[in-house]
Design a protein around this ligand. Sequence first.
Ligand code: ADP
Ligand code: MG
Length: 695
Amino acid sequence: MTAYKFNLEGLHCANCAAKIEAAIAQDKSTQNTSLNFAAKTIAFSSSNSNENAVKEWTQNMVDAIEDGVTVTFADRENKTEKTAKKDHSVAEIIISLVFFAAAVLCEHIFAAPIALYAIFYGIAVIVCGYKVFRLGFKSVLKLRLDENTLMTIAVIAAFCIGEFAEAALVTLLFAIGEALEDKAVSRSRHDIEKLAEIRPDTANLETHHGTLSVPAQSVKTGDTIVINPFERIPLDGEIISGSSSIDASALTGESIPVNAVQGTKLLSGMMNGEGLLKVRVTNTYENSAASRILKMVEDAASTKGKSEKFITKFAKIYTPIVMIMAILLVLIPTIFTGDFITWLSRALVFLVASCPCAIVISVPLGFYSGIGGASKIGVLIKGGKYIEALAKADTFVFDKTGTLTTGNLKVSSVESTGELNEKQILALAAAAELHSSHPIAAAIKNKAQNHNLELPVLSDYKEKAGMGVSALSGTKEIVCGNYRILNDNEKQQSEKGFIYLTVDGKLQGKISVSDTVRSEAPAVISRIKNIGAKTIAMLTGDNNDAAEKVFSQCSLTQYHAELLPQDKVKIMTELKTKSRAAVFVGDGINDAPVIAASDCGIAMGLGSQAAIEAADAVLTSGNLNQLPNAVLHSRRVINTVKANIIFALAVKAVILILAAVGIAPMWLAVFADTGVSMLCVLNSSRLLKPKNTNG
Ligand code: ADP
Ligand code: MG
């Protein structure tokens, strides 16, 4: 399977978007089809590896559903300025309004002859309606009924029965409504595209010929780039000279600048302060933080939540049901009353009022804006599904080391219990931990480095999760870990709180490491309780005493200590069945199984690529502060989406009933269609601007 992603330029109708997605998904050659209406893209994998053939095929599929949409390769072909065929220009609307006003004056004030004002109304209709009619006729030829066809039929019908003013009013309202709706959608699209501004396109590359401004894509890892004062950092790297203060707020949502000196690691998207910096590039453009964030926000739309999936299904059954109702609305009364024209016009009003556009457009746009808004407060959420989980969550489960605690463990004592002295113990332990990324390993390696110890070279490194590590020094087995990793004989002499070093089964020494609770943890936990969490649990592989301390300092509701990784998964699964939704928060180091077992697994920090990939959401600042904000923001997204659905359905229901009994005029139906869509779109796009939720 080859993965494809295309732009759908000129895609306007949300309802058609759902149909396009369904049509492409249904084809045997495709998988994982996902259409993002807000970004106007479609992504899927295809068994066909000829990209031009797939593009052409996609174009044909799209053409069969909506006219005037151009398929181009996403990421490659620049989006051209939209040449969409149905854009109602302001000029057209004004000219049309003038003729409409003239016609009204002629009809009611000057009592002019019918022919005159009928012509004026006619001009008003044609000027702002011809695009709709053209699309409407095309749809009829394809035997399809969409909003354009309905409008066309309705306006022609109104004209035929002499309702000239009604025909003109309806056309005008429809044009104005669509123009406003388009504006609202493109405004929120534009806001989302602005996120891309955190990724500069050029870098100042140091070469033999001096510093050159080159495309950031062409810079390789290991190259040196210069970052001028108050420039945005284009690529991840490490400072080799200079110092400055760095504003990371675009990535983390935290606006306090941090000092950066030689050796400080920078991420792309951060803003340089007053100093000139030379930076050695450590990641290519595609792998740099800003690109990863943008990609995540874009891809997020493809992990759809329940409400988004519901919408696609809803549109599928809703349209045929409404069609059948409209047909019955003509047939049954006509049989009894014989008045075909009256009931036909009511059915037309009914059909125009029934378009599900407002819902189809505002739900995905709500999630999309919500995800974009979250990224502005330093929370990356990988899809609507996880926004739903965060909004519902009443159970929060934390990993201990690196999550509730700083994870910057320090070796607090080394004690010899055998022949080796303390330095030898430390050197051997550090050598055995060489390949481990566990915070304990980091603490031991740091301590050894601080003492300038020379580490022996070992072989056959092994790590047992939740226990420790082992390696061979020649033929001697070196083991470093907690009591679990010791043999039965050694176990009897051990306590739970220490890390032991054994050589060939003989206890040589014990190391104690200490960790501190994150300064923000107690306050964050209490905020989470305040916003309604019932269960706040901690899972740790560490011993009971260490766990108990963190438990009471953070006022959690429960903890589970001395767990092996599989025990963590088991407890997570149990907690999940007892809750509405369970969130797991970890530092990302060997957390993947627990993340998978939770409804939404959150990793802290942009540090490790693996953690970011495994997680469902990332707190980019690397601390817990944004967690309650993420929950509140997600609830706002869900509430907005729900409010839109209820509002749209309620207005539609009322107007559908009024239309059926003949009270609603056509213009009201048009308002129900375009007006409600526009209001829902505006409401959704507010989610791009996260509220300041601190406190
Ligand atoms: P947690 O992340 O909750 O601390 P882990 O499963 O990562 O749990 O670790 C549990 C325990 O296993 C640690 O407290 C430590 O005693 C031991 N351990 C794990 N990895 C190592 C290692 N690389 N070196 C020494 N001890 C380790
Ligand atoms: Mg851990």
